[in-house]
Ligand binder design. Sequence first.
Ligand code: AMP
Ligand code: MG
Length: 332
Amino acid sequence: MFWNRPLIIGSIVLLLFLTWLLRGPVEQKQLHRSQLMMGTIIEIVALGEDNEILEAGANAAFAEMARLDKLLSRHYADSDVSILSQSTSGTRVALETAEVIALGLDVAKQSAGAFDMTLGRLKALWGFTEENPSVPDQAVIAAALEGIGPRALSLDGLQVKKQSPPLMVDLGGIAKGYAVDRAIAILKEHGVTSGAVNAGGDMYLLGQKSQSPWRIGIQHPRKQGDVLATIEAQDKAVVTSGDYERFFEQDGQRYHHIFDPETGMPASGCQSVTVISDSVALGDALATALFVLGPQAGLELLAKYPRAEGLIVAADGTQHPSPGWVNYLVTP
Ligand code: AMP
Ligand code: MG
């Protein structure tokens, strides 16, 4: 007979190969989930071919962020932050808390105290999350600033030491960024290679979207819903701190949630700051520090971090980009 066994098998293999070659493009699925956590809306977008992988990755990433919140938030009585704030001289903390504090202490030092994780008493005093916040008395503000500063906390392994008993710790300027970094790591562990995690302006853009870098708009600090700049990036943290995020008005004046540790008042040099860097935790701390320092000293601080770029919008609305910002900018 003309057909022999090897020929039949060969023909089947060839047919399967041709079918595989001629298959249409594999459908990309997009999973979009959001959850209220850490005082903001956390959004996870995951792209890929396998819905199960995307779903499992996003669920695990949310679970990790919730776990970190229980260590790093002052809203849980048994969090590392609450125990540390209540202790007289310090406490032993989880590895993750120690990592956040180590990075925060470094930015505190580099920024000459503009970034400060010991503003817990001051933050409680201003009460931004309460129903009717108001400007506290100067004397009360001065009392809340006693003993704060870049040397008020120190870290030895997992042991955190406080210099004075009443000192209260607040990781609000860095914890969300750290949690986004961990969420991205978890997504990657699940095999997700493309996606984004955004925690109220603390964002990481993983891989590409439709074979191109991610393209995102940076919120204009004064025109709600308008884009200040459009940037393109992949595998980068993009973090924005603005005076429009959390504020109240009293006697026609805006009081927002980023404090100048020297005065205990909202920092007055900027409307918003965006930092692009490799880690969201670093970008988060830097954005807050730059906001406090203002355009000139802010860009000097940013220059100490060779892989970080940024755009500072000063209080008068003028824009101050770092030298490499232009590499991310999409020109209209
Ligand atoms: P962000 O939105 O990242 O700029 O962080 C603002 C939050 O950081 C505030 O709600 C405070 O919890 C905290 N914070 C305010 N001022 C400072 C500061 N100078 N240094 C570090 N954290 C701060
Ligand atoms: Mg921050």
